[in-house]
Design a protein around this ligand. Structure first.
Ligand code: GTP
Length: 598
């Protein structure tokens, strides 16, 4: 029976432990694409992913493996992103599998995302195959890493394979273990269709392409399908597998991983995590665990050139077809003109979107400092959700404010526990528990405001533990905080795009910090520019940018036209990503100054 020879699995790891490198080796050692076509990290096909060396969108690929028992097996390898911003996608892709290969870097050992991924895998009842990677490196400690996995995660490592994903050493044993230890899928071919969407992307010709795992029944071209959560119905245009190029098939059946297209134009009809069933013979219940993705941080995106507003809208619409977790709505700012307030899953997601907009759509953008969503309770009993600090109601109307907290797990060697706790306290963290994973390592759990995590928490954590701590967090709940809005005035005018929210006890310090940072960032102009920070009408900090009158080229002899042209050109390029706010030319960096720390 065909099901018996299918293996569906993912590779999970902490960032940089070698997941994509192992995926490359597995692709080479199975039949999918010829070695000639092999590029490094073929699964990371987006240009940006390749440059940054990180996995953003997950992908599935079907491979044929000739096992030592003489049989051919179909492997469906599902790649997962490693970053905490994308953990929902990881959990969906794991739900499509029967097993997971857990890659642990033998020079680093268990880290926070290792643990988080193991929990996700266990939640989905997966068979976990531990693999110890990078054993070619002199600093590798395979035995120590295994002991750590046993002690801190409680996984049996007696059969763990030592590998070098880079050289390929040991990867053949991993392939055999996949056949022997990961269970074949089960599922009734006669039952009503039940398939999980674990990824989707937009293709200009085919519309939305859904990556699916079929759990029950079958699906083929012409079938009328229904999305359980969105309620939308479509006729299937094509089914197939990725090898890794799309290859049409007659039918996908229970146990298969593949793709479905149905001329779907709106990705919102078919979101990741939704269940597909037959329109005329629906499954009695959906697959568990569907979650609507909620943006966690918001920022304003504005074209430096106001005439590009519609181009920005079109670009955002295109990106959203690929990425249902991106949200945007138009907003306007007195300082920046017309733009969009965009919602992102986290800071990395925001970075990626901004870079794609600039690179793929050739837009020059100003991004405002990201903010979380505050719950503002007014005296009149109304609760406002405020995503933009500039929209915070007047202090006199506010009864109380709540902000989102995360539950942060920080794994750290014993010696640094003190430093970590001090940092968490300083970042307004509330202690939860501390658990000894071994004699030398501790998992410290705190509830910390998301706004502080966005601000500079991770950098501080790394520097106060010499890089030894690792962080994982999940959104927890809203808790009351004593927060105030701080306004920035340039040349006497309030600049709405520079307003930010701060805890009252940090307000003066942050106000002074920002004023002095802006003084450094904003270039001198031919008049003096006062910078002020204010809470309501009360000024809490002030400084001045002195006037500057000289033309940079004035001292250059006209006899040196080359140099003069170069300088002028440099000045002109420096003007990009500048925005005139009133009479003041403000560079992009100023809008992010609130986030930068020295
Ligand atoms: P993300 O995709 O960002 O989650 O990272 P990843 O886990 O996929 O890591 P990736 O495969 O990109 O590997 C990270 C780095 O480790 C790269 O520079 C690899 O070349 C290197 N690396 C991976 N495996 C090995 C190995 O076995 N030995 C050595 N020496 N380096 C390796």
């Amino acid at each position: 029976e065909r099901q018996q020879r299918i293996r569906n699995f993912s590779i999970v790891a902490h960032i940089d432990h070698g997941k994509s490198t192992l995926a490359d080796r597995i692709l080479e050692m199975t039949d999918s694409i010829s070695k000639r076509e092999m590029k490094n990290q073929i699964l990371d096909d987006m240009e940006l992913e390749r440059e940054r060396g990180i996995t953003i969108k997950l992908n599935a690929v079907a491979l044929t493996y000739h096992a030592q028992d003489g049989e051919d097996y179909i492997f469906h390898l599902i790649d997962t992103p490693g970053h905490v911003d994308f953990s929902y996608e990881v959990s969906r892709s794991l739900a499509a599998c029967e097993g997971a290969i857990l890659v642990v870097d033998a020079t680093q050992g268990v880290e926070a995302q290792t643990l988080a991924n193991v929990y996700l895998a266990l939640d989905n009842d997966l068979e976990i195959l531990p693999v110890i990677n990078k054993i070619d490196l002199p600093s590798a400690d395979a035995e120590g890493t295994k002991a750590q996995i046993e002690e801190e995660i409680g996984l049996d490592t007696s059969e763990a394979v030592d590998i070098s994903a880079k050289s390929g050493l040991g990867v053949d044993q991993v392939l055999e273990k996949i056949v022997q230890d990961i269970p074949a899928p089960t599922g009734d071919l006669e039952a009503p269709l039940k398939a999980l969407i674990f990824d989707s992307k937009y293709d200009d010709y085919r519309g939305v392409v859904l990556s699916v795992r079929v759990f029950e029944g079958t699906v083929k071209k012409g079938d009328q399908i229904k999305f359980v959560n969105s309620g939308a119905e479509y006729e299937v245009a094509e089914v197939g597998i990725n090898s890794p190029k799309p290859l049409a098939r007659d039918l996908l059946m229970a146990g298969d991983v593949g793709y479905i297209t149905a001329s779907i134009k709106d990705i919102k009809d078919a979101r990741v995590g939704d269940t597909i069933t037959a329109a005329n013979n629906p499954a009695p219940e959906a697959l568990h665990g569907y979650r609507q993705m909620q943006p966690m941080v918001y920022a304003g995106l504005y074209p430096t050139d106001n005439a590009k507003f519609n181009d920005l809208r079109e670009a955002l619409e295109k990106l959203q077809l690929n990425d249902a977790s991106l949200t945007f709505e138009p907003e306007s700012s007195q300082a920046l003109g017309f733009g969009f307030r965009c919602g992102f899953l986290g800071m990395l997601h925001m970075d990626v979107i901004q870079e794609r907009l600039e690179r793929e759509f050739n837009l020059d953008l100003i991004t405002t400092a990201p903010s979380v969503t505050y719950h503002v309770y007014q005296h009149d009993g109304e609760m406002l959700e405020v995503e933009n600090p500039a929209e915070m109601p007047d202090v006199t109307l506010i009864k109380s404010i709540e902000e989102p907290f995360v539950k942060a797990s920080i794994m750290v060697p014993n010696d640094y526990v003190g430093a970590v706790m001090e940092l968490c306290q300083r970042k307004r963290g509330q202690f939860d528990t501390m658990e000894y994973l071994s004699d030398t390592r501790v998992n410290v759990i705190y509830h910390i405001p998301l706004a502080e995590i966005i601000y500079d928490f991770f950098d501080r954590l790394k520097s106060s533990t010499r890089g030894y701590a690792s962080l994982d967090y999940e959104i927890d709940d809203y808790r009351p905080s004593d927060l105030v809005k701080i306004d920035i005035l340039l040349n006497g005018d309030r600049v709405d795009a520079l307003s930010f929210i701060s805890h009252r006890s940090f307000a003066e310090e942050r106000g002074r910090e920002i004023a002095s940072k802006l003084k450094k960032i904003i270039p001198r102009q031919n008049f003096e520019i006062p910078i002020q920070a204010a809470i309501g009408s009360k000024i809490i900090a002030r400084t001045n940018i002195k006037a500057y009158r000289k033309d940079v080229t004035a001292r250059i002899h006209t006899g040196d036209p080359d140099r003069r042209a170069k300088l002028l050109d440099k000045q002109k390029r420096g003007k990009k990503r500048m925005k005139a706010v009133g009479r003041v030319e403000v560079p992009q960096a100023a809008f992010m100054a609130v986030l930068q720390t020295d």
